[in-house]
Write a protein that binds this ligand. Structure first.
Ligand SMILES: [Zn+2]
Length: 109
């Protein structure tokens, strides 16, 4: 089994996964990943900042088999239709959010 962190765009549902666990990435790392995608949306600075926060806030850690791991959109952001993700990604999301939020507050500098 392997861990991956799933980032999802709240605007177009594009997804991007990062190798490893959530605590391996700083808030800045995740912001940088979100920013890469948000450039496509042509947002003003304020809106881009809000969306960036949403993506990082909703980042979901998943654990899947090595076999399935190969199918994740690990290299780049992908359209939801082109990307494969486990069915239970969405349902796992809720429980982990608050925990991540507090760790984000602490690491802010
Ligand atoms: Zn998007």
């Amino acid at each position: 089994m392997k861990s991956a962190l799933v980032l999802k765009c709240p605007m177009c549902n594009a997804v991007h996964t990062l190798k490893g666990q959530r605590n391996e990435y700083s808030k800045q790392d995740l912001y940088a990943q979100a920013k890469t995608h948000l450039r496509n949306h042509d947002l003003n600075e304020t809106k881009a900042a809000i969306r960036k926060n949403e993506i990082v806030y909703d980042a979901t850690e998943i654990v899947i088999s090595s076999e399935m791991y190969q199918q994740l959109p690990i290299k780049a952001w992908m359209e939801p239709d082109d990307a494969w993700l486990p069915d239970d990604v969405m349902s796992e999301n809720e429980g982990s959010q608050s925990e991540f939020e507090s760790s984000v507050e602490i690491s802010f500098h």
